[in-house]
Structures are given as structure tokens and as C-alpha cells.
Design a protein around this ligand. Sequence first.
Ligand SMILES: Nc1ncnc2c1ncn2[C@@H]1O[C@H](COP(=O)(O)OP(=O)(O)OP(=O)(O)O)[C@@H](O)[C@H]1O
Length: 605
Amino acid sequence: MVADAKSYSPAARGIDGPAPVRMPSWTRALPFIALLAAALALPALGNNYWTVIATRAAIYWVLVSGLNLIVGYAGQLAIGYVALLTVGAYTASVLAAGNVSAAWEPFPALIAAGVAGGLFGLIVGLPALRLRTFYFAMATLGFATIVTQIALAWQPVTGGGIGVPGPALPAPFDSDMGLYYLCLGIAAVATILTANIAHSRFGRGLIAIRDAEVAAEACGISKVKLLSTIFILAGVLAGVAGGLFSSLQTYITPEAFTFELSVLFFISILIGGRSSILGPLLGTLILTALPEIAAPLAAWSNFLYAFLLLVIVLAMPGGIASLLDFGGRSPLPANRRIVPEPAALREVLAGVPGGGHISLENLHLSFGGVKAINGLDMDIRAGQVHGLIGPNGSGKTTTLNVISGYYRPQMGHMQENGAVLPVGEPLGRARRGFARTFQTPRIIGDTSVLKNVMAGGYTRAQGSFMEALFQLGRHRRDERSLRAAAELALRAVGLSRMAQVRADRLQHSELRFLELARALMLRPAYLLLDEPAAGLTGEEIKRLGEIIKEISRCGTAVLLVEHHADLIFDICDHVTVLNLGSVLASGTPAEIRKHKEVVSAYLGA
Ligand SMILES: Nc1ncnc2c1ncn2[C@@H]1O[C@H](COP(=O)(O)OP(=O)(O)OP(=O)(O)O)[C@@H](O)[C@H]1O
């Protein structure tokens, strides 16, 4: 029998073993403050040459900071980003030169470069919503070629091969030092804005899309919406960088926007490391300075970048960021035990509407000649654990995928509380209160356990993207409440002490409990669990059972797909047995245990 949640010791506080130390969040800013102080002091060296190189590095970083959200966070291979530098540079230069209208003032022209960058950023990014990996990379490279060809051919406006002067900035920005401080200031703002996004629910959403796209969708994270917004932001930054670049160059021609520049931007992020701001910033500084330090090597810059990339990939695959991640390498205690606190679930699930009821009627779904579901009827009710069992290939996971909107049934109806439940809309399920786990845990490996769980509450937050960008009050409140809710969910499943550990360092059983905590963040009216006990020890299965039972007592309707018959018969209120996609039997655990066909087809003697 499963123990009642109330009998649980309140002293139990998550996994046995010491908790990894959590550094206060302000310490994250220290390396940036040190870099800024060094940058501010640089002109005091009196070396004008290095001030110009540092200006170029700051401009490149304005672009790379946005591109980092696309490549380093969302994992999209945008290689041809020099295209947006070109768009920004020509927009600012052409407007300031008065080639299409009366000459614009330099700063409005710079703003227009940002707007053009945002627009073209979206256009370049759109293929990413359909094309994957290298196909998208090729599309961005193709775009870069097109932009250069237009700059060459549209002579009356761009000056063609002869070029066009860049905007001449007014005093005090007309000197090398003035331009340097302007670029440094804009680079600092770009760093803050992109860091604000990276550390918000949107940044977590980007990493989720990269590492666990299906799980991200189940959490209600819209890839289309989020990536489109990020492409606009990155485009604005690249456009502004282009405008500044044209001022620095004083005169631009299409030859200024080389493939080498695109490679520099992209490799800065790769050697900097994924999901990091500091790493790619250092990567940009290193790659900008390197050819200057070894001037004869400038002509070999592509070779140099590729060589550096190879060294980094072989010596430290996580890039500079992983080298700086001291906490991430500290050893974790072996033989850890998960000690959940089911009593905390009442608080985690406070506000679950209850009364939810899903009804499946005569569902059919075939894959080619395989009838995965064949005339399935089933009811899942609030406050109950509904077990779904059956031999391998009997259609259990397919049923769960149909309910959660991933598969469209070819025939039949689904209803939620008497109203039609739309088919084939996985993204909308989170907002309807559907949460799920997966047969193989879908984890965002490259981020902490706590942030994995916080990603589950994506749709709970109210603050908009702009509010996150500028750290406004509603966004800050969201973050506080998401963090508190995630800590509570981790306490409930017994993973509190692992909150700061990178998720890919957990052992298999911990990943299962982590997925459950993430699902709880939705305060689900319906919880769909796909073999949550697979790979757990007997003790862990018992604890999992206590949690699931308590979740149902809080008013959630639980659908439990499982092979562990003991768990099913211990905690389920109702059991459906599938065979070849059809219901073989349905009833209470006691009825199913005695069902002759079930015993002979599935349970055994
Ligand atoms: N995407 C798919 N394409 C083709 N066939 C599929 C697909 N998904 C499931 N099937 C087939 O449908 C049938 C039911 O599969 P399903 O995964 O739902 O079974 P299951 O009961 O969950 O099995 P298990 O206990 O092994 O997980 C199987 O024959 C399977 O091979």
C-alpha cells in the first residue's frame, strides 16, 4: 500500500547529501564590471591604434550579443549574419548621404539602421521556423550573398563598387576616442539587454527549444513567436552595429562585408560556449584582437579562427563558458537518495480548478497498416489516477500523444468538460492545463535543475518580452514567483538540493522526478505520465506512487501509462487495458486483476 502523504516526515528535505553552493546573482556581473573598467581605462594608454581596434571589437559585440541569443541560446545556425551588418551600414550611410531623400542626421540614420536590421532580421530568421540546422545555415549565407550583390548592383543608391561615405557623427563623437566611448556605451547597453532576456523566461524558453523542442512545446513555449521576436531583437542590434561600423570605416564598399566577418561572429559564439554571455563576449574580444597581435597572420584569419575552434572543441567542448563554470565541475555526492515531500504538493497545486473531465470516443489512428488506436473509448476524471496498461505496441503512448495534441486521430471525438477538445494542437494544451512527461525524459541539459523546472511555468508568467528586456516590475515579480514555485515543486519531488546542478549531471531516476516537477509548474488540471517509473528502483517507485496519488487528491486528473503492475494496482482508481489499440478491459484495479483475458494476455499467472 502507498503511505498517506500526511504520514510523511516533515523533516525530510529532498535528496540526501550536501547541496551545491549557490552564488548570489550579483556575482554574475563582476567579470562584466571588470571588463568595462578595463575598457574605460584603455584610452589612457595613449595608443590610438588599440583604441580603434577596441572600437571595432565593441561594434562586433553589439552584433554578436544579439546573434548569441540565436546561436548560443536557441541553437540556430545563423552563419551569414554579416548580411545584417551590411543592411545596417548601408541604411545609415545611404540616409545620411542623402541618396534617397534629403540627408538625414547621423543619429536618426543610426536608429533607421536598427529598424532596417530588425525587419531584415525577421526575414533572415523566418526560414529557421521550417528549415533545420545546415539548411538554415545555407539560407543565411545565401541571404548574405544577395545583400552584397544588391549593394553592388544598386549603384544610384549604394554607390555600387565605389561605395558611399559613412555617417559623420557630430562632436564629441567625431574623434577616435569619442566614437570609442559611444560604441562602448552601446555595447554595454546591448550586453545588459541581451543578458536580461537570457536570464528571463524567454531565455529559458530559447534553451528549451534548442535542447528539448517537444518538451518546450508541451510547456506552452511557442517556437514561432519566441524565435521571431529574438530574430527582430538580434536584427536591431546587428543593424545598429552596421551603422556604427560605417561611421568607423568612414567609407563603405561591398568588399568591407566579407565572409571572414561572418565566420568571426559565428565562431566567437562557438568558442565562447553555449548559453553564456561572458564566453561569447570574450570570444569576440579574442578573435578581434588576435590578427592584430600577430599582424602577419591577418591574411590567415579564417585559418586562425578554424584552428582555434578545433583546439577549443577538442580541449574544452563547452567553450570558454565551461572553463569559467567552476561550480559546474564540483563533484556531486554518489549514492544519492530522493526523498520527496508529498505534503508540499497541496501548496504546489493550490488553485488547480478540479472537476476536469476528458472523454475519448471511438478514436482511431493508424500508421500505414498499423492500427495504433482502434476505436478507443476512455474517460479521465479529476481527482483520480487512471492507469493505462497493455503489452508493448498496444497504443498507450499513441493515446497519450493524441490527448496532448501531438497526433491527430483519423476518426473519433475528444471532449474536455463536454466541449470539443481540439486535435493536433500541442502548443495550446499547456494553457488548457495539460501537462505531460515523456517515456524518455526530455530535459534541458545545459541549464540548472531549477531553471528546467522554471521553464515549466512559462505560461504562468504575465510580463511581456519588452518588460523582460528592460527588467520592469511585472517581469521581476514573475521571476520571483516562478522561482518560488519551482523551489516548492523541487521540494515536493525531493530534488531541492540539486536545484543549482546542471540537469545533464543528474542520474536517470532524478531526471524522472525533475520532469514531474516541471510538469507540476503548470498546476495541471490533467497530468499525463508516460512510464514515469521506468528505470527506478523499488524504493523510488514507492515514493513516486505517493507523489502521484497525492497529486490526484489535489484535484488533478492523472493518466498513468505504466508497465509496473504493482504501481498501477497500488495507486490507480481506474485501469484501462489496451491490446492492439483497442480496450481489452476497463474497471477498478480489483476487477482488472481478476480479468481472465488481461491475466492471460498481459499480467501472466
Ligand atoms: N510515429 C509513428 N510512426 C509509425 N508507427 C508508430 C508511430 N508511433 C507509434 N507507432 C506504432 O504504433 C503502435 C503503438 O505504439 P505505441 O508506442 O503507442 O505503443 P505502446 O503501447 O506505448 O508501447 P510501449 O509499451 O512499448 O511503449 C506500435 O506498433 C508502434 O510501432
